[in-house]
Design a protein around this ligand. Sequence first.
Ligand SMILES: *Cc1c(COP(=O)(O)O)cnc(C)c1O
Length: 455
Amino acid sequence: MEKILYRSTNGKAPIVSFKEALLNGQAPDYGLYVPTFIPKIRIDEIKCLKQKPYFEVAFHILYKFLKGEIGEKELFEMCKNVYDFDVPIIEIEKGKLYILRLDKGPTCSFKDFAAKMMASLMEYFAKEENKKLTVLVATSGDTGGAVANSFYKKENIKVVVLFPVEEVSERQRKQMTTLGENILPIGIKGKFDDCQNFVKRAFNDISLSSLNLTSANSINIGRLLPQIVYYFYAYLKFEKEIVFSVPSGNFGNLMGGVIGKKMGLPVKKFIVAVNENNEFPEFLRTGEYMPVIPSKKCSSNAMNVGHPSNFARLIDIYGGWIMDERDKDGKVIKYGVMKRKPDMEKMRNDFISFSISNEEVDETIKNYYQKYKIVIEPHTAVGIKSYEKSQISDLVIVLQTADPAKFPEKIKQLLNIEPKIPEALAKILTKKEDSFDVLENNYDVFKKYLLDKIK
Ligand SMILES: *Cc1c(COP(=O)(O)O)cnc(C)c1O
């Protein structure tokens, strides 16, 4: 089998190896990297993985994409080290509804699956190239913790996490500020969008080139590939065609499943579950893409996205082309311009999508506690409510993307109980928080600080 290369969805950047795509993050033409072809896997080959531990399934799937980039033994060991936590499947209604718990990693978010693997891959390639890298990431809460924990003590890599100091919860902040070592958290007196803008400007800022900046956000192909694996893992528990309900924001999670289906995984449909940011269900309905800008604030805050960054990949895989139009300086003048329509019929066949209101989320959390004695959190509730609205009676697996203990106020308000704190989170909460610097909302201040701190 030949090595898989990566092209940009905008088609104006050179085709690169996985290593380059991983270290570049975004393609120089502002497109997203996608594989030039998707490797196929036969059903009998999938079935050979039955009863194997998660890390072996991960190795088998990932090696299809990484052959020729990393040794077989190295990748196997890497998968073994990275996936040292459980991936349970909970039965809600036999033969009908199951929950795949993706929240058992170190920061109790499904983002651990991708962030941990990506960190190990980056460390591997940084060492191979004998290069020092600086990962720069902005977070509205969850990504920062997952990335910081994943890169903690990785050699040759420093991590700078920008967060809006007034907008993250104490638990979220502590996941970034209790680590030290190679992790540098910076509070910004601004909003998430300000942090995100600093990051984008920094990547294009020549005066920061000595830092070898690289991104760890959800557009990086290194974050995408690991998210294919749990769809296979879930399938292996049933060996039947499955409907997945995916709580979605930037559509990274969904893209993992879509690539899995393209590889040959028997997926009947994806329920694309979104909160009040309803651009996707509207797109399926009308065929017109209208991003929700600015995005709406909902209780499932990690899904407050009105213009999903992975949407360009999704459209690409269905034969279309969408891009943000920019001026000469790279500043976006129009978001989400459809240059070529995707195959809408095929998309409507593969996806069904619902927008769930905050009230429906609250109701669902209460209902499931009463009916099944389980505590779900707002993101997963969006997935469950979408399943209910779909009226699908086949086997459905809802992906649980976070642990309820990450949203104690919400759970307390609705159910009048304190959610049980998982061990991973308890560890972080008892750790002493290091002091961290808080900067004015000013790019030049931030840039000077960065050059001072990272030598
Ligand atoms: C990031 C996140 C999501 C959304 O995932 P995408 O890949 O951005 O669609 C859903 N739930 C939780 C808890 C998250 O942290």
